[in-house]
Design a protein around this ligand. Structure first.
Ligand SMILES: [Fe+2]
Ligand SMILES: [Fe+2]
Length: 325
């Protein structure tokens, strides 16, 4: 029976939970293109959409919570050589009682409210791993039901299947090996992570495989669209090249199998965008940031039985007034 698979995908919620309660106009809750105040509302909008559509998978690619205040405080206290760098960062959130566990608990209220018939999977972003150790993150995010793979509980490989439609989602922790003094801002793929991905691809029999990771290996939009030419790489180059080589090998072995990267992290995007700079075997898709200042979007992925897939953006929250744009 020909059926199709559907996935609702969101990224970069940067939830600050109750710290964001207050008037929309409050100073200090906006950081670049992020509207921190909207976090709880955007999470609720995602949950509402998932429960209305009941897709096969609800997917999150990290930066679930925000942690810049925590990181900045740590650097200022312990790394004087980086203090000037930290001082130049955008205005920190005015919340001295930062508690990552509280924000994660708020996220889990929404995540648990997803229809029980909908599978849910997540991996973490730089803000998440800067806030808490991975074992605690996994426990609090209820992602500790499987053994660690390639150094992280957030390296996970799952197969969706409905009728003849099948797809594999390889969720990758792209912050392993990243520099914590620089906020794990640049994505990395350790040799063991690359080996694990390679093994997953070699074993995958599904017609389409998505690598879902927080940082994207492609050259994509800058974090702040007002800050430069709009394009940059926020990934360690050798890891990106190695991943592209693995994709080329996989494509030569299985030319009928489609492979793509799903990523977030770069907030300068307000629309779903495809990147092809790593070659035809490894297109990359950057999901709009859910906590974007102007509009909250996610993506819907549809996979047909023959492996063809479509990815389209989905508006989840569009309430900001034109006056604030
Ligand atoms: Fe982010
Ligand atoms: Fe990020």
């Amino acid at each position: 029976m020909d059926r199709s698979l559907t996935v609702l995908w969101m990224t970069d919620l940067h939830l600050l939970s109750d710290a964001c309660d207050g008037p929309d106009e409050a100073d200090g809750v906006r950081h670049g293109v992020l509207n921190m105040w909207r976090g709880p509302r955007r999470l609720a909008a995602f949950v509402e959409r998932v429960n209305a559509e009941r897709p096969h998978l609800a997917l999150c690619t990290g930066d679930i919570i925000d942690s810049q205040t925590l990181w900045r405080r740590h650097v200022l206290a312990h790394h004087r050589e980086l203090a000037a760098y930290a001082e130049r960062l955008p205005h920190p959130w005015p919340y001295e009682d930062y508690d990552a566990r509280r924000h994660l608990a708020h996220f889990m209220e929404g995540w648990r409210a997803l229809d029980t018939g909908v599978r849910r999977e997540l991996t973490v972003g730089n803000h998440d791993v800067m806030a808490l150790p991975r074992d605690e993150l996994a426990r609090l995010l209820e992602a500790d039901d499987r053994p660690w793979q390639a150094g992280s509980p957030f390296n996970r490989s799952v197969v969706l299947e409905d009728g003849r439609a099948k797809a594999r989602f390889v969720l990758v922790d792209s912050s392993l090996g990243a520099d914590p003094l620089h906020w794990c801002y640049t994505g990395t793929l350790l040799p063991e992570t690359l080996a694990w991905i390679e093994a997953e691809l070699a074993a995958a029999t599904e017609p389409v495989v998505f690598l879902a990771m927080h940082h994207g290996p492609h050259r994509a939009f800058a974090r702040d669209p007002h800050g430069g030419d709009g394009m940059t790489t926020q990934f360690e180059p050798a890891g990106a090249r190695a991943l592209a080589a693995i994709a080329d090998t996989a494509a030569a072995r299985r030319p009928d199998q489609r492979l793509a990267v799903l990523f977030g992290h770069q907030h300068g995007n307000r629309v779903l965008t495809r990147f092809d700079d790593l070659g035809p075997a490894l297109p990359g898709y950057l999901c709009p940031c859910l906590i974007d200042y102007r509009i909250g979007k996610g993506c819907r992925i549809t996979v047909e039985a023959d492996g063809h897939y479509t990815i389209e953006e989905v508006v989840l929250d569009e309430a900001e007034s034109a006056a604030r744009r």
